[in-house]
Design a protein around this ligand. Structure first.
Ligand code: FMN
Length: 172
């Protein structure tokens, strides 16, 4: 199904609900054309520097991290209900060990405003260009978050992606 451009606020409450459960799908594409995809459960959508921005948190240990570092772009695909098993797989297996796109029969296509691919089967995708990144500062974290989420290692990098396009199925 073809997608049309929509405001970044289109069905935003549904996007945030799916971010919480089961998760959204974050993808990026290197200049070689190679792509990878992973599940994210944390992030935010809002206005920063007068621009619509999708902020995602990616640990350096993720294979996807390399892809965003190299390309400076990413895409976020909102999954449908019947993609829940795929979302779980993308959140538990690394692209270092398996091809989570072509290898699983998934079709992903480059964006209209970024090279990063997004899933053809997703009803809503956000295309983003990184305009800033920063790393979680351990000393600035609430102790209970440090203990629960980090234990002294693999602190997330926050990527602030200006939303350069939001595209939805015409019936979504
Ligand atoms: C529901 C769920 C949410 C997740 N959210 C994040 C996240 O926001 N940031 C992160 O770095 N990893 C997150 N993960 C873990 C990655 O998706 C997981 O480590 C994945 O296998 C990384 O794939 P990659 O190595 O191919 O990049 C999440 C996993 C699940 C199951």
């Amino acid at each position: 199904m073809s997608r049309i451009a929509v405001p970044y606020t289109h069905r935003l409450a549904d996007t945030l609900a799916r971010l919480a459960s089961p998760g959204l799908l974050l993808s990026a594409t290197k200049s070689s054309g190679e792509s990878n995809i992973m599940t994210i459960g944390w992030g935010s959508v809002g206005i920063v520097w007068g621009r619509p921005v999708f902020t995602v948190l990616v640990r350096p240990s993720r294979y996807t991290y390399e892809f965003i570092e190299e390309s400076g772009e990413f895409a976020v695909s909102v999954p449908t209900v019947d993609m829940q098993r795929y979302v779980m797989l993308c959140g538990t297996r690394s692209g270092r060990d398996m091809d989570k796109l072509v290898g699983l029969g998934r079709v992903a296509s480059p964006g209209k405003t970024v090279r990063a691919v997004s899933l053809d089967s997703s009803p809503l995708v956000y295309e983003c260009k990184v305009v800033h990144h920063n790393d979680v500062i351990p000393d600035h974290l609430a102790p209970e978050i440090e203990a629960k989420s980090y234990g002294g290692q693999d602190y997330h990098r926050l990527y602030f992606g200006e939303i350069t396009g939001t595209f939805a199925f015409t019936n979504y």
